[in-house]
Write a new protein. Structure first.
Length: 247
């Protein structure tokens, strides 16, 4: 039986963090295709993992919502001052566990008609695959630019975590249409509850193309454990503070 090639998070992250992007690209370019990467990968369904993970999610998200409430109130105020007629939150339909849709909560960082303008910007897409990303998206507001760079726009997702729609650590939820367009080999990611952070977040986010992002999600599913989740959470802090890969 052919053995599936294994990859090391530390190799990816350390190489990226060193600034050697060429070497990093060379490293990920050597990975096999989707079917080979995803072969034999199954989510961790052990109750001794899932139950403590859920307890941890509730405790940490609840405490974070209380501790960060002043930041969230100031952010809401800033969004309203810049655009009094717009909403404070953007509730984005996303694909959840087992493909079930849910509303992923974010602070609104774009103009109110951003979804309507997206079609006219598709030619400027800088991300491979079905995902749309622009480094300098003209729809982003002044407040939005700051809260995206600092990841403050993601804080409302702590509510998603608290109610059980998301986890602190897990593959990032994709828009419904983009989730449906993912290679069938990568659909195993739908068997895992989506999260606020994962390997993609600590390895460069928007600097990593879509296929490599999916492969990093496969790596996470293969390595799922309480210790690995904690390791990723700890790596998220410096990644956010350095604005690495944020847009």
């Amino acid at each position: 039986m052919q053995q599936t090639q294994q990859y090391d998070l530390n190799t990816d992250s350390a190489t990226y963090a060193s600034g050697n992007v060429v070497r990093y690209r060379d490293h990920i370019a050597k990975r096999p295709d989707a079917a080979t990467v995803a072969a034999g990968i199954k989510p961790n369904t052990d109750p001794l993992y899932l139950i403590p993970k859920r307890v941890f999610d509730i405790a940490v998200s609840g405490a974070a919502l209380l501790f960060l409430s002043p930041v969230m109130l100031l952010t809401a105020l800033a969004i309203k001052i810049e655009d009094p007629k717009g909403t404070v939150f953007y509730n984005a339909p996303r694909g959840g566990k087992d493909g079930m849709p849910f509303l992923c909560r974010k602070f609104r960082s774009m103009c109110s008609n951003a979804d309507q303008l997206k079609g006219s910007l598709m030619a400027e897409n800088e991300m491979s695959g079905p995902v749309f990303k622009m480094a300098h998206d003209p729809r982003v507001t002044r407040v939005g630019h700051f809260i995206r760079k600092t990841s403050i726009d993601e804080l409302p997702q702590l509510v998603n975590v608290f109610v059980g729609e998301m986890s602190l650590v897990g593959p990032r939820p994709l828009p419904i249409a983009e989730a449906q367009a993912v290679d069938e080999a990568y659909k195993v990611r739908e068997k895992v509850k989506p999260g606020i952070t994962c390997i993609w977040q600590v390895s460069g986010r928007n600097d990593i193309d879509f296929d490599d992002w999916m492969k990093l999600d496969m790596e996470y599913i293969r390595k799922q454990s309480l210790w690995f989740d904690l390791k990723l959470l700890l790596k998220t802090v410096p990644a956010v503070l350095s604005n690495r890969g944020a847009s």
